[in-house]
Design a binder for this molecule. Sequence first.
Ligand SMILES: [Ca+2]
Ligand SMILES: [Ca+2]
Length: 257
Amino acid sequence: MKILKTCITFNGGKYMKNASDISTLFLFVSFISIAGAAGLFTADIAAAGPVVSFKQNMEAKPGEQLVLPIELSGAAESGIGGFMLRLSYDTSIFRNPRVILEGTLCEGNPDVISGPARDYDPWTFSIGIGFSFSASLDGVLVKIQFDVSEDFKEKSTVSFMSPNQETYLNKDLMQTGFNLEIVPAQFVDAEINAAKPLSYERWDFNEDGSVDYADIVLFKSHWLTTCWDYDWEPLYDLVEDCEINVFDLAGLADNLN
Ligand SMILES: [Ca+2]
Ligand SMILES: [Ca+2]
């Protein structure tokens, strides 16, 4: 039943233009429903093909904004012509979702649609395009921006809803006669950690309850690295300027026990 709703949602908009599209839709809905009931969508097909992944190890600051890139790899020769990402997350923590296309593989594509779910949908927010999307290179598929609740503590997950069913990559609908042909893919969720507040604890890098020589040694091993370096570790960028430098050292020195 979830799959049925998916199809209606997707085709109920601009893509369903005439009677022939409508009959195609119902044929397609029947097929998908039967396939779903028969258990044809299994974890096996999710293991192959391209990978869609949230950027990992992201931190969010309570009360601030979070931009979360969704990355695509293995795109070449997979024949992707569209996608539907249905996301599920705690809406009391991640609020006012907006899609950013600038700097992504979707930049400049006016057909990307997005929006919140209705009350009866099991997902929270969706982003998709049915056709005219072509990814020959790997990169950031889209970005999603949230306002993060001031109450955000610890961690929270942003996940893809039902990979290869409600969330999927697909062949170009224009070329498949509006039959949804899913390109099997792997989808990797995000676990977002709450950034630690700028307080004494932030200088206690090894979290042993004291800011001392051991923390200086750890700090020194990241000296003058920048956020463009492969071994970038934002934990040490106490004064956030994308470099571990003298400004961070000053803070560390001030907080030594
Ligand atoms: Ca320490
Ligand atoms: Ca810094």
